[in-house]
Design a protein around this ligand. Sequence first.
Ligand SMILES: Nc1ncnc2c1ncn2[C@@H]1O[C@H](COP(=O)(O)OP(=O)(O)OP(=O)(O)O)[C@@H](O)[C@H]1O
Ligand SMILES: [Mg+2]
Length: 555
Amino acid sequence: MPLALRTLIDQGFSSASFESGGASVNKAFLIFFGLSILLAIGTAVRFYCVAWLGERVMADLRGAVYAQVLRQDPVFFETLKTGEVLSRLSSDTTLIQTLIGTSISLGLRNSLLFIGSLSLMIYTSPSLALVIIGLLLVVVLPILLMGKRVRLLSRDSQDRLADTGALAGETLGAMQVVQAFVREDLESRRYQNATDDAFDSAIKRNRSRAALTAFSITLIFGSIVFVLWLGANAVLSGDMSAGLLTQFMLYAALVGGSLGVISEVYGDIQRAAGATDRLLELLESEAVINSGDQVLILPNQAANQDCNGVTVTFNNVSFNYPSRPQEPALSNLSFSIAAGETVALVGPSGAGKTTVLQLLLRFYDPQSGEICIENEPTRNLTLDSLRGAIGLVSQDSFVFSASAMDNIRYGNLSASDSDVQQAAEYAQADSFIQRLPQGYNTYLGERGVRLSGGQKQRISIARALLKNPPLLLLDEATSSLDTESERKVQIALDRVMSGRTTLVIAHRLATVVDADRILVLEQGKIIESGTHTELLKSGGSYADIAAMQFSTNDQ
Ligand SMILES: Nc1ncnc2c1ncn2[C@@H]1O[C@H](COP(=O)(O)OP(=O)(O)OP(=O)(O)O)[C@@H](O)[C@H]1O
Ligand SMILES: [Mg+2]
């Protein structure tokens, strides 16, 4: 284009041109137009391809990070808030998408433009170009140094942004507590403070970017203006034609403009580098709990007969949670459960009952001792086969924002509708689900907000039963039910408990009187064990609790 312009200026208005009826002017403008079309097509193709690339990278990155996060063990989630993970999944990946989809494209285009115009500049006037190049080399160094600072500030600002997400996520999940305690003002102030922090941090980052931009524009254009001044003097002294200087000037403008954009893209890259650090942290975090390589073989599996439960052994197990190294949650715990046996764990709150289940599922590994299923240390088993053999009804029953059908089917994705209904009947959930507006297809709300506590519990029981596992773990599974429903669930559970090993945790002793064996846990130690009658007779702490519970029940 600059060449076309030069031709126009130096020859287009010459007398020869007037004689030929402006043919060269027409030609120059035709070239202009043709080049514009080429530019348009090139720009469109570049935009599309690069935007596609950006979107694809973002989608792949999200998938990879999420898959990695799902493999982490509970310790990971004890330290990193879920809101923080969400923020990294959304805002950090978006930043990288912007970089690749827009800035990189701009950067590429401007690098080509820079190289092209610089070469042509050298071609048009080597002496002037040399001066410009020399000046630019001096200019680039401070720009690179300032970029480092932008990167650090960017990381900080993404962290602050994540804080606001984590805060809002937690508060919105506990709306009723917030409102019941009239803490709306407190919460909105907390959120405002967090957003203000994020704002301050973002402003700090932008200030340093603004400085970077001003700095680079001044230096870049300063050098160009200086060289043009040299050129103008050359035209005045007749060493250069006006057309040539115009051509050179256009190249110089392109060089300056593209360098300006490149320096801004450099700022973007530094910013995205901060986000990338945060994503890489997630991608590189390794789970502490590693899967073993042996597949759990259930008894009778080879003979294709029904499994009658599995044996479970705790061998001198001592454990403390990683965040409480001084305080043992379980100490030297030893017991074993025969296949098909139902064992109850009772004891005061905080005794370590839930901890026993968490170790069985290998959410944590004990510091010493060994846990075996079918005489195979659980450490050696693949996590899939170990957890696949266990049905868990946890202390706080979780219901997903989906239909009742989907929620129960979560236990066994290939179960038929009638299997799901059967499991619901066992869990005493069928009748209330039938009464919901759309029956099994009723949407249960986020975290099952549209259900009562006891209903949620029965959904989780149905889910665990549908899995039909050889080892069933019930953690206060019927604690939110009334006596009548609890009794019914109990009868159904007794039916399904036959043919599998069951470990029940309950505070209400009425739930556990029929267990084959009862283990009384206190401060991570087993202090008594036996059947209900044996324990009553021995007159220990179980007998005390029983005396209290059954006497109040009798009144
Ligand atoms: N993730 C954790 N990090 C640190 N300590 C924990 C963690 N979970 C539980 N604890 C502690 O371990 C101890 C045993 O907890 P556990 O949940 O096993 O009690 P529990 O017997 O199930 O009580 P409850 O009947 O109230 O459910 C408690 O002192 C508890 O504070
Ligand atoms: Mg518990």
